[in-house]
Design a protein around this ligand. Structure first.
Ligand SMILES: O=C(CCCCNC(=O)Nc1ccc(S(=O)(=O)N2CCN(c3cc(Cl)cc(C(F)(F)F)c3)CC2)cc1)NO
Ligand SMILES: [Mn+2]
Length: 247
C-alpha cells in the first residue's frame, strides 16, 4: 500500500487549475492510499478559519470526501497557512500535527515538517516567524474583523519575497541550511526526513557525525505541475504530473 506526501500547492482562487489537479489527485489516487500527509502551504494565504468563500468550501469538501471514506489525512502548517485551526480540521476531518512530527512509515521512523524552520540563513524571516507564531499575536490578529485581516494579508503577500525577483544570494539563504538539517536528524535520532517549503524537489543524502547516511526528501511546489512523494513499504519516489492544459 501507499502513503502520499504533498506540500506547497499554494492553492488560491487565482489558480483554479491547481485546485482542479488537487481535487483529481484526492479523488483518483489518494482514495486508494493508506494515508495522505500535507506538509504545509496547502493555501497561498490563510487568515483564519472564518474564511467561507466558495473556493475554500470546495477545497474543504474535497478533503471531507476523502476523510469520509476512511483515508486519514494529516496536516502540518506552512508559513502561509499556519492559522489553519481546529474548525478547519473539524469541517474537513483532517488531523493537525505538531511540527516537527515523527511518523512510522512502514517501519522507518521519519521526521516530517514544512521546512521553513530549516532556512536558518534567512534571519529576517526567522525573526518575522517568531512574532507571528506567538499565540498571543495570533489571538490578537484573529480578533480583528476579517476585512482588516484581508488587507494585512494582501499587504504582506505583496511584500513577500516570492513576489519580487531574487538575487542569487537571496535565493541561497532561502534554502535549507546544512547544519540545521543535520541538527534535526541528530536531535530526533532519525535517518529520514521529509519537508517542503524550498520548492527544490530532490532526495539528498547527509553523512551524520556517527557515520550513518541520512536521507532528506524535499517535496516540490505545484506552481507549474503537481508534485507528489509516493512511499510504499519497499520504495519511495518523487512524481510530477503536468497541469492539464485544456482548462
Ligand atoms: O512564501 C514562501 C517564500 C517566502 C517565505 C516568507 N514569507 C511569507 O511567509 N510570507 C507570507 C506568509 C503568509 C501570508 S498570509 O497572507 O497568509 N497571512 C498574512 C498575515 N498573517 C499574520 C498573522 C499574524 Cl498571527 C500576525 C500578523 C501581523 F501581525 F503581521 F498582522 C499577520 C497571517 C498569514 C502572507 C505572506 N514560501 O512558501
Ligand atoms: Mn512555504
Amino acid at each position: 500500500m501507499t502513503t502520499w506526501f504533498i506540500s506547497d500547492l499554494h492553492l488560491s482562487p487565482a489558480r483554479p487549475d491547481i485546485t482542479g489537479l488537487f481535487q483529481r489527485f484526492l479523488h483518483d489516487q489518494a482514495v486508494h492510499a493508506d494515508a495522505l500527509y500535507i506538509l504545509g502551504d496547502l493555501f497561498d494565504a490563510w487568515i483564519g478559519d472564518d474564511d467561507t468563500s466558495d473556493f475554500v468550501a470546495a477545497v474543504q469538501a474535497a478533503l471531507r470526501q476523502l476523510t469520509d471514506t476512511g483515508i486519514p489525512v494529516y496536516f502540518i502548517a506552512g508559513n502561509r497557512d499556519f492559522l489553519i485551526g481546529q474548525r478547519f480540521a473539524q469541517i474537513t476531518g483532517i488531523t493537525l500535527l505538531d511540527e516537527p512530527s515523527i511518523v512510522d512509515l512502514y517501519g522507518v521512523p521519519t521526521l516530517i515538517m514544512h521546512g521553513d524552520t530549516l532556512c536558518t540563513d534567512d534571519v529576517s524571516y526567522q525573526r518575522f516567524r517568531k512574532v507571528i507564531r506567538n499565540r498571543v499575536v495570533q489571538k490578537l490578529l484573529l480578533a480583528l474583523p476579517l476585512r482588516l485581516r484581508m488587507r494585512i494579508a494582501n499587504k504582506l503577500r505583496a511584500s513577500s519575497k516570492t513576489q519580487q525577483p531574487l538575487s542569487e544570494q537571496q535565493l541561497k539563504i532561502m534554502d535549507a541550511n546544512e547544519h540545521a538539517v543535520r541538527e534535526q536528524f541528530i536531535e530526533h535520532d532519525v535517518q529520514r526526513m521529509i519537508h517542503g517549503h524550498t520548492h527544490r524537489p530532490a532526495i539528498h543524502q547527509h553523512r551524520l557525525p556517527n557515520g550513518e547516511i541520512a536521507e532528506r526528501i524535499v517535496l516540490g511546489d505545484w506552481y507549474t505541475q503537481g508534485s507528489f512523494l509516493k512511499v510504499t513499504a519497499t520504495e519511495h519516489e518523487l512524481i510530477v504530473s503536468p497541469l492539464a492544459t485544456d482548462n
